[in-house]
Design a protein around this ligand. Structure first.
Ligand code: GLY
Ligand code: MN
Ligand code: MN
Length: 505
């Protein structure tokens, strides 16, 4: 008996044959118009063509993954696997259990999407399945709908396992293993039964996942456009938070209020947040992954907000602003802010095609090290070069432990399967999108930090596109220099009155 079957069934009600028959009848004809070809479809086709060229003759299986139980009969909101979203163009909550198969042909591959099409109103599923039935969760597309929307062949999910393994001895079948563990287990079993070596099969699978992850590093024009939308939506979310900043000191758990305001706008404009928002007031900013967000917001403190809207296509922004609650940075806050800003500017200046990914971090961290040295915080006898020494230095990391950049796209930490040579030691190329996000973090109980700095944590994070001749800061509409941030807060809080600073309504 499965875990799900072991649950006592306190939720369903007996259904009489009479009700079952009654509910099958009396529905108006469905609207029969076909969806238009999705904007993303030609781009997804080009991505599939590039993958096809790398794996001629192999059958490629890219599952969306299934619904995940939150508790009992309640599921989490579905999010398809990133490789599936990238190669189909489907986003939001589409389509649980679907599987994209690239079927080898003499000239390349045919794309076939196996999915659970809409069940007719006279099917048992329509009324009887709270998990999938249209009566409960809404209608799904038909086979024809999906073919029109995505410009590929679509088939019923029931056929996928047999179709994919029909000649697994002769045709190498590769699957993105982590997308749908149950399907992968079935495939493993069938591939082994066909005489395939388990270790070699897994290696072949991993090569597929790695190739897709790496392909995502250079964005096509549709992806860049989606990123612009995500960043613009994020700007609107930040401005909504700024509008409420001045009243937050009176509320308990002001950090949660910030999380809610940003989350409201993320959900309203897009699919949601691209990662849990870090809403860190005062000393909480020094806890790098502060997502508990239970703290109060106090006048005179800074609030570090690290948040990004994920649009419906699942591309996400990742932006941090550190904002003075009362609109003005204190002297000590200014000192640190300007150091972080200078480091960020150095990092951004290093973004150009032909530079290496690690050049960005090197440029930013040198500025951080210079400031720490000038403040007299590095140990006796340790200068900038000594702390930058990778073998015997690195003292500065007490105050900035994290990397300066990561790739950004469908995943907030994008292209995670790229190797160290391809990623950290890789060369920047036009079309890549990266964050540049240095910070300085002085914990309240850090006895090596100057008293005036203790309890202050500052990060500035922007999203930067590598262009043919340099870079474009995609988040440039969000002010980041200290006086500009103060002016931005004033303008947003006085809003309605000025459109000059790009303040949204
Ligand atoms: N918010 C996660 C990051 O900045 O990498
Ligand atoms: Mn971030
Ligand atoms: Mn980031």
């Amino acid at each position: 008996m499965s875990e799900e079957q072991k649950l006592a069934d306190n939720r369903t009600r007996e259904t009489t044959d009479e009700l079952r028959e009654f509910i099958r009848q009396g529905w108006a004809d469905r609207h029969t118009g076909r969806p238009e070809l999705a904007l993303a479809a030609p781009y997804a086709a080009a991505r599939r063509a590039a993958l096809s060229a790398r794996f001629r003759g192999d059958r490629l299986v890219i599952p969306a993954g299934g619904l995940k139980v939150r508790s009992n009969d309640c599921d989490y909101v579905f999010r398809p696997h990133t490789a599936f979203a990238y190669l189909t163009g489907l986003g939001a909550d589409r389509e649980p259990d679907a599987v994209l198969v690239l079927e080898p042909t003499p000239t390349g591959h045919e794309a076939i999407l196996y999915f659970r099409p809409r069940a007719p109103r006279d099917s048992d599923e329509f009324f009887d399945s709270p998990r999938f039935g249209e009566f409960w969760v809404g209608a799904r597309p038909s086979i024809d709908d999906i073919e029109a929307e995505l410009g590929l062949t679509a088939r019923h999910l029931d056929d996928v396992l047999d179709d994919v393994t029909k000649d697994a001895a002769a045709t190498l079948v590769r699957v993105v293993r982590d997308a749908d563990r149950a399907l992968t287990a079935d495939l493993d079993q069938r591939r082994t039964a066909e005489g395939r070596d388990a270790a070699a099969t897994e290696e072949a699978d991993d090569a597929l996942a790695h190739t897709i992850s790496l392909a995502r590093m250079v964005k096509d024009e549709h992806e860049v456009a989606q990123m612009r939308e995500a960043i613009e939506a994020t700007r609107i979310g930040f401005e909504a938070v700024i509008r409420e900043l001045s009243g937050l000191a009176e509320k308990e758990r002001g950090e949660r209020w910030i999380e809610g305001i940003f989350g409201l706008h993320a959900r309203h404009q897009g699919n949601g947040v691209g990662y849990d928002s870090i809403c860190a007031a005062g000393d909480h900013a020094n806890t790098l992954h502060w997502i508990r967000n239970t703290g109060d917001v106090t006048e005179g403190d800074l609030v570090l907000l690290d948040a990004g809207v994920e649009v419906d296509s699942l591309y996400t922004a990742d932006i941090t602003r550190t904002l003075p609650v009362d609109g003005t940075f204190s002297d000590a806050q200014s000192e640190i802010y300007d150091a972080v800003y200078a480091a960020q500017q150095a990092g951004i200046d290093a973004v150009r095609p032909g530079a290496t990914f690690s050049d960005i971090h090197a440029a930013a961290i040198r500025v951080i090290a210079e400031h720490l040295h000038a403040w007299g915080l590095l140990p006796e006898g340790i200068d900038v070069e000594a702390t930058l020494d990778k073998e015997h230095g690195q003292y500065h990391r007490r105050w900035m432990v994290h990397g300066t950049s990561h790739h950004l796209g469908l995943d907030v930490h994008d292209c995670a399967l790229a190797s160290r040579e391809e990623y950290r030691e890789g060369t920047l190329a036009a079309g890549m999108i990266l964050t540049v996000e240095p910070g300085l973090y002085f914990k309240a109980d850090d006895q090596l930090a100057p008293q005036r700095f203790r309890g202050i944590g500052i990060r500035i994070e922007d999203d930067v596109l590598v262009t043919q001749d340099g870079h474009e800061v995609l988040s440039a509409r969000m002010p980041r220099a200290r006086p500009d941030v103060e002016a931005w807060i004033r303008a947003v809080q006085g809003a309605g009155s000025t459109g000059a600073s790009g303040v949204s309504g």
